[in-house]
Design a protein around this ligand. Structure first.
Ligand code: C2E
Ligand code: MG
Ligand code: MG
Ligand code: MG
Length: 285
């Protein structure tokens, strides 16, 4: 009996494995169709400067409008896209589409044009044509290079250090900004900040979420702000969800803030309307 029971469990396990392998294959096939036929959208999340609460820019965040599953966030497909290498095609599309979109928005007089943050994965950064692709996206859209900020995670810098540094120097040479995203959660050493031409530190939202509650998180968030000032880098606090978070990151001296308290990621038309608004996004208090 024990043997039969064991066989039953094994079959059950096989069936579950089979189903998940099928689901994965199906998702991968759907992903290829979406890449070929344009099944993605970009939502834009606002960033404000912490002195006056004025809008300074947006981060482009990709979504997949899946025919059966609805609107999917990145965590539902980016891991698979990375494993299959399809991420490079997605990132390329996001880069070109977001540059074109934001460059087309009218700018209200009397403040700098909004910046655009675009996420770049390791595979894309290490692909041979990345510098030329970025240059081409800027040229095709007419977006001024200084308005573009490419966001990389620290882990991108771990492999192939010399080649990465060279690529990043070439990218900076185009006149754009480079941010370390989710800063504080990766494995990079502080030495990397000297080696790589980074302009912005985006402190991970886990430090911001726990501000004032977890002493270590608060001290780390403070250290990142100090590090930014010391090295002359702009600092961005992500995951600002409450007025308390906002007041705290301002107190700590962060340059910019992003998070649900300031605004959710928005479809292009709504983001465009926000970019036209004259009043500060967060009223100075
Ligand atoms: P990220 O670059 O760190 O982007 C910030 C994420 O935090 C976004 O999630 C955003 O919606 C979310 N977020 C913003 N404010 C708050 C807040 O106040 N509270 C909380 N709890 N969350 C907040 P999203 O859109 O799900 O994107 C997740 C990640 O997917 C991004 O993290 C980024 O690493 C990746 N991603 C998004 N778009 C792209 C893309 O076009 N290419 C690549 N390679 N990765 C992308
Ligand atoms: Mg990002
Ligand atoms: Mg981030
Ligand atoms: Mg993040």
């Amino acid at each position: 009996h024990a043997k039969a029971r064991h066989r039953g469990r094994a079959q059950l396990f096989d069936a579950a494995m089979h189903a998940s392998v099928l689901e994965r294959l199906e998702l991968e096939a759907d992903l290829r169709v979406a890449i070929a036929r344009g099944g993605f959208e970009i939502h834009y999340q606002p960033l404000v400067e912490l002195q006056g609460g004025e809008l300074r820019g947006f981060e482009a965040l990709v979504r997949w409008r899946h025919p059966a599953r609805g609107l999917l966030g990145p965590c539902a497909f980016i891991p698979l896209a990375e494993e299959t290498g399809l991420i490079v095609a997605i990132d390329r599309w996001v880069l070109r589409a977001a540059c074109a979109e934001v460059a087309s928005w009218p700018q209200p007089a009397g403040r700098p044009p909004v910046s655009l943050g675009v996420n770049l994965t390791a595979t894309h950064l290490h692909s041979p044509d990345v510098v030329q692709e970025v240059q081409s996206a800027l040229q095709a859209s007419g977006l001024a290079p200084e308005r573009l900020m490419l966001e990389l995670t620290e882990n991108v810098l771990l492999s192939d250090t010399a080649a990465s540094a060279q690529t990043l120097r070439e990218l900076r040479g185009l006149g754009l900004r480079l941010a370390l995203d989710d800063f504080g959660t990766g494995y990079s050493s502080l030495g990397y900040l000297r080696e790589f031409p980074i302009s912005d530190l985006k402190v991970d939202r886990s430090f911001v979420t726990n501000l004032g509650q977890d002493g270590a998180a608060t001290e780390l968030a403070r250290m990142v702000a100090v590090l930014g000032r010391t090295l002359g880098l702009a600092t961005v606090a992500e995951g600002v969800e409450t007025p308390e978070h906002y007041a705290q990151v301002r107190e700590l001296g962060y340059t910019l803030a992003q998070g649900y308290h300031i605004g959710r990621p928005l479809p292009a038309e709504q983001a465009r309307a926000l970019a036209l608004q004259e009043a500060p996004l967060v009223p100075p208090g």
